[in-house]
Design a protein around this ligand. Structure first.
Ligand SMILES: O=C1C[C@@](O)(C(=O)O)C[C@@H](O)[C@@H]1O
Length: 221
C-alpha cells in the first residue's frame, strides 16, 4: 500500500492534496506542518488516515511540547483515525498514556534517523522496545549512504515478522535509499511513503506516488 504523506500549512491545502491523491491507499496527516492543527475536517474522506505530530528531533517541522502532541493524537483517535504514529523515543509513559485511549485506532511506534543508519543490533533493540510497548505496527526509517545500509533496513521487515509477528515499515531515506521504498513492500512492509507531487516531498528520497505506483506495477506488486 502507498501512503501519501501530507505536510501542508493549512487544512484547506491538506484537504486539496487528499482530494487529488488517487494513487494513495492511505494518507498520513503531518499535524506538525499545520499552522493551526486540526483533525476533524479530515474525516470526510473514505481512505484510511494516519495522524502524526512529528517530534522536531525526528524531522518535525516545529517544536511542540509532548503534551500537545499527545492531545492531538488522542483527538485523532477519538474521531476514528485508522492509525496514530508516535515516536518510540517519547518513552513508555507517553506510549502507555496514548495507548490506553485507543479503541479501534492502531498504534504505530516509530524510529526516524535523518543522519545515519545505526547498527543492526541497535535497530533490533528499538524494534524489541516497540513490541514491548505493544505497537500494532513498527516503523524504522533511516538515512542511508550506501545500498548495503538499505539492505539491512529491509532485512528488519522479515526479522520483525518472523520473531515477533510485527508488521514493520522500514526503508532508507536519501537518494541511496529510494529503491528500498519500493522493495520494502515485496518483503512484507504493510505500506510505504510517497509524495503527492514533485516538490511536496516530506522526506529526502521520497518518490512521487504516481511514479512509485508505476514502479510497483512493473515489478509486480
Ligand atoms: O516516517 C515517515 C517516513 C518519511 O520520513 C519518509 O521518509 O517518507 C516521511 C514521514 O512523513 C513519515 O512519517
Amino acid at each position: 500500500m502507498i501512503c501519501i504523506s501530507v505536510a501542508a500549512p493549512t487544512v484547506e491545502e491538506a484537504k486539496r492534496i487528499l482530494a487529488s491523491g488517487p494513487e494513495a491507499d492511505l494518507f498520513e496527516i503531518r499535524l506538525d506542518a499545520l499552522r493551526e492543527p486540526a483533525v476533524a475536517p479530515f474525516f470526510s474522506l473514505s481512505k484510511p488516515l494516519i495522524f502524526t505530530f512529528r517530534a522536531q528531533e525526528e524531522g518535525g517541522l516545529r517544536p511542540a511540547p509532548l503534551e500537545e502532541r499527545l492531545f492531538w493524537l488522542r483527538e485523532a483517535a477519538t474521531h476514528g483515525a485508522s492509525f496514530v504514529d508516535l515516536e518510540l523515543a517519547c518513552g513508555p509513559e507517553a506510549v502507555a498514556q496514548l495507548r490506553s485511549g485507543l479503541r479501534e485506532t492502531r498504534l504505530i511506534l516509530s524510529y526516524h534517523n535523518f543522519q545515519k543508519t545505526p547498527s543492526k543490533a541497535y535497530l533490533c533493540d528499538k524494534i524489541k522496545e516497540m513490541v514491548e510497548l505493544k505497537a500494532d505496527v513498527g516503523k524504522v526509517v533511516c538515512m542511508v549512504r550506501r545500498p548495503e545500509e538499505g539492505l539491512e533496513l529491509l532485512s528488519l521487515i522479515v526479522w520483525a515478522r518472523r520473531k515477533f509477528d510485527l508488521p514493520l515499515v522500514a526503508f532508507g531515506m536519501g537518494p541511496a535509499g529510494r529503491w528500498t521504498r519500493a522493495v520494502s513492500l515485496f518483503l512484507g512492509a504493510p505500506f510505504t511513503f510517497a509524495a503527492s507531487r514533485t516538490g511536496a516531498e516530506t522526506a529526502p528520497g521520497q518518490l512521487v506516488a504516481e511514479d512509485l505506483r508505476k514502479v510497483l506495477k512493473i515489478l509486480g506488486v
